[in-house]
Design a binder for this molecule. Structure first.
Ligand SMILES: Nc1ncnc2c1ncn2[C@@H]1O[C@H](COP(=O)(O)OP(=O)(O)OP(=O)(O)O)[C@@H](O)[C@H]1O
Ligand SMILES: [Mg+2]
Length: 246
């Protein structure tokens, strides 16, 4: 067996173990939360005890958040590749993030190239990528300043080869030069409640789609993430995969 295969099998096993562990953590966790809520409802509870109960509740909420994030990480299901519209997937992602955006006072707008053409990729994985990028963009905006996020689709051409770009631009806090190399690392986070897995997952999923991800950022000004699809490469993949399936 090749070492790459061994590594893949190990990852697969870890994925399965994580999923079952997460499941086993969630049930006792909800019992703890329920009981803490019950204690809070007691009439003659002292200030001191109430404070401890509230601390315990926020700690359990934090565990719940981490567990849910890990769960969505291990649940990126694949339905295989198909021909898709990036513009439509962007609209889907915005619908899912409307509530979070308004909580942060952030406005999301789109600048779509209507003639961008289709891309050959996995729909759920693309949605997961964009959800992670836009979630980060929202979280980078200060609730008191007016956050603006733009999702763009655009194409470029080099030596007759068309490339399609999917762009998420924000005017949030930005990323400092020192942190540039860290943001794609597993578990790197600057957030109190972050898991630091969002961008690692993005990077993995983008690679699986044979695309590329890069970013530009300036602290205090904002950040732009760009995912680039090479249409020649996509056509090759489409032809090989669909020819083999015949
Ligand atoms: N658009 C952005 N603007 C500013 N900083 C960003 C942006 N996107 C990512 N970062 C930085 O990169 C770090 C890693 O991002 P990543 O999505 O991997 O984890 P997270 O958002 O911290 O946690 P999680 O996604 O698991 O909730 C963030 O904590 C943040 O410091
Ligand atoms: Mg994130």
């Amino acid at each position: 067996m090749l070492s790459g295969d061994i590594q893949n099998n190990k990852l697969h096993l870890i994925g399965k173990l994580t999923a079952s562990l997460i499941h086993e953590i969630r049930n006792p966790l909800s019992v703890i939360k329920l009981n803490l809520d019950l204690v809070k409802m007691e009439d003659d509870i002292s200030e001191y005890v109430l404070e401890s109960v509230n601390d315990s509740l926020s700690a359990t909420n934090r565990i719940e958040y981490m567990v849910d994030s890990l769960l969505s990480f291990s649940r990126v299901v694949s339905h295989g590749k198909e021909n898709l519209s990036l513009n439509l997937i962007s609209e889907n992602a915005i619908e899912l993030l409307v509530v979070k955006a308004s909580k942060y006072g952030v406005k999301i707008t789109t600048e779509f190239d209507e003639n961008i053409g289709q891309i050959y990729a996995d729909k759920n994985k693309l949605l997961q990528i964009l959800l992670n990028l836009v979630t980060n963009a929202i979280e980078s905006c200060d609730e008191n300043s007016c956050g603006k996020i733009v999702i763009r689709t655009t194409a470029s051409e080099e030596n007759g080869n068309k490339k399609i770009h999917w762009i998420v631009k924000d005017n949030g806090i930005g990323i400092s030069k020192e942190d540039n190399d860290k943001i794609f690392e597993d578990f790197y986070t600057s957030k109190e409640n972050g898991t630091g897995l969002g961008l690692s997952v993005c990077k993995m999923l983008v690679k699986e789609q044979d695309a590329e991800i890069e970013f530009e950022s300036e602290a205090g000004v904002g950040t732009t993430f760009t995912i680039t699809f090479d249409t020649n490469r996509m056509r090759e993949l489409y032809e090989t995969e669909n020819f083999n399936n015949r």
